[in-house]
Ligand binder design. Structure first.
Ligand SMILES: Nc1ncnc2c1ncn2[C@@H]1O[C@H](COP(=O)(O)OP(=O)(O)O)[C@@H](O)[C@H]1O
Ligand SMILES: CC(=O)OP(=O)(O)O
Ligand SMILES: [Mg+2]
Length: 397
């Protein structure tokens, strides 16, 4: 049997992450890379090929909004890595699946059109996700294009965690608490099942702390609540997004300060969160290094909102057995992890300082009632599994 290849694309506002998997008995990653800083002169492409070769190229000439042009560079790398080997399926991260998309789906043109209507609900992500789909359709016309949704993992939330207290018509129209980062949570659950099956069965809170950040309450491997809602603006403060905000603030800005809708959207999506509070940067590494009073306050706020949410999630889970950190901050910022867990002994969390500093997989102490983990999330692997699954169905059906 010829080896199948599955490509994954995860297009964000300023980055495209990609990976290539070979499928034999199981999926093996043979290449991983990303384009960062799209839209800036510093944009660069990095990738690690399976033969050990490393690509590290400045691509500042690629147009900011042009994910298709950027994808052209990704294709060059693929060409170098696997020659002209066919790509059999492409797994795309699509941030918003709305009401209709509750699992991975083969993207035909009617699906693409329906997903376009959800773009206003995820303006930082959805247009880029869909532009990557179109580019991949052109580049690999024979490959199965598979959409995998950030929202899908959360679609079985109990009603109270799925609704807002608006008149019921709005719920019926789809104005609901969707939740995001579902591919990351799904991967973390699958990983917990491998390394700590007894934890996977319990009451778990996963903290996905990256540039976007959210938390998920999980029971028996299933999401029962998310800190994010209708859009990826809600919940925790993020790199540039505000997180939870009294909707009265938005009304005030529109009505009294006469800001335009576009200016408010730009404020909440691009200039708030860690960047807005620190006046310095959205990048946690820079804030930790800077140590200015504003940077420290931005970190204080970030930590405080996570701690509140952890308390809330322990309440909706009727207790807590396991916590997991993932995402760029969750996986690497040991000081932030320590601060989040500080003084939570009453709840049952006690970190082992050495393990936490070293970023070991289990960072709780041996006598901690709640076990704490650091798990390197892998949205790409989840995309590849879903795409390979639908490919197998198609080929057998
Ligand atoms: N060693 C580190 N210490 C502190 N923060 C880190 C470290 N490494 C990465 N980060 C932070 O992780 C965040 C990016 O997370 P990531 O999950 O890669 O984001 P994205 O949402 O773009 O996938 C940035 O704020 C970055 O500063
Ligand atoms: C949904 C979301 O916030 O995604 P990201 O963390 O990739 O920005
Ligand atoms: Mg991310």
């Amino acid at each position: 049997m010829t080896m199948r290849h599955v490509l994954t694309l995860n297009a964000g506002s300023s980055s495209i992450k990609f990976a290539l998997f070979e499928q034999d008995a199981e999926l093996v990653e043979i290449l991983r890379g990303q384009i960062e800083g799209l839209g800036s002169a510093a944009a660069k492409l990095t990738a690690k090929l399976n033969d050990g070769m490393v690509v590290d190229e400045r691509i500042g000439d690629v147009d900011a909004a042009d994910h298709e042009a950027a994808l052209g560079r990704v294709l060059d790398v693929l060409q170098r890595a696997i020659g002209r080997a066919a790509v059999d399926a492409v797994g795309h991260r699509i941030v918003h699946g709305g009401l209709a998309f509750t699992g991975p789906v083969v993207i035909e043109n009617d699906v693409l059109q329906r997903l376009e209507t959800l773009a206003p609900l995820a303006p930082l992500h959805q247009p880029h996700n869909l532009s990557a789909v179109r580019a991949a359709q052109r580049a690999f016309p024979d490959a199965l294009q598979v959409g995998c949704f950030d929202t899908a993992f959360h679609r079985a939330h109990p009603w109270v965690n799925d609704t807002y207290a608006l008149p019921r018509d709005f719920y019926d129209q789809g104005i609901r608490r969707y939740g995001f980062h579902g591919l990351s949570y799904e991967y973390v659950v699958s990983r917990l099942k491998e390394i700590a099956p007894q934890d996977e069965k319990g009451r778990v809170v996963v903290m996905h702390l990256g540039n976007g950040a959210s938390m998920c309450a999980i029971r028996d491997g299933r999401s029962i609540g998310s800190s994010m809602g209708f859009t990826a603006l809600d919940g925790l403060p993020m790199g540039t997004r505000c997180g939870q905000l009294d909707p009265g603030v938005v009304l005030y800005l529109l009505q009294e300060q006469r800001m335009t809708v576009e200016a408010v959207a730009d404020l909440l999506y691009h200039h708030s969160g860690l960047k807005g509070l620190s006046g310095l940067s959205q990048d946690m590494r820079e804030l930790e290094a800077a140590g200015t009073p504003e940077a420290l306050q931005a970190i204080d706020y970030f930590v405080d909102r996570i701690r509140r949410e952890l308390g809330a999630m322990a309440a909706i889970l009727s207790g807590l057995d396991t916590i997991v950190f993932c995402g760029g901050i969750g996986e690497h910022a040991w000081r932030i992890r320590a601060r989040i867990c500080q003084n939570f002994e009453w709840l049952g969390i006690e970190l082992d300082e050495g393990r936490n500093r070293a970023g070991e997989t289990v960072i709780s102490s041996d006598c901690s009632r709640i076990r704490a983990f650091v798990i390197n999330t892998n949205e790409e692997m989840m995309l590849a599994r879903h795409a390979a699954g639908l490919l197998a169905e198609r080929r057998s059906g």
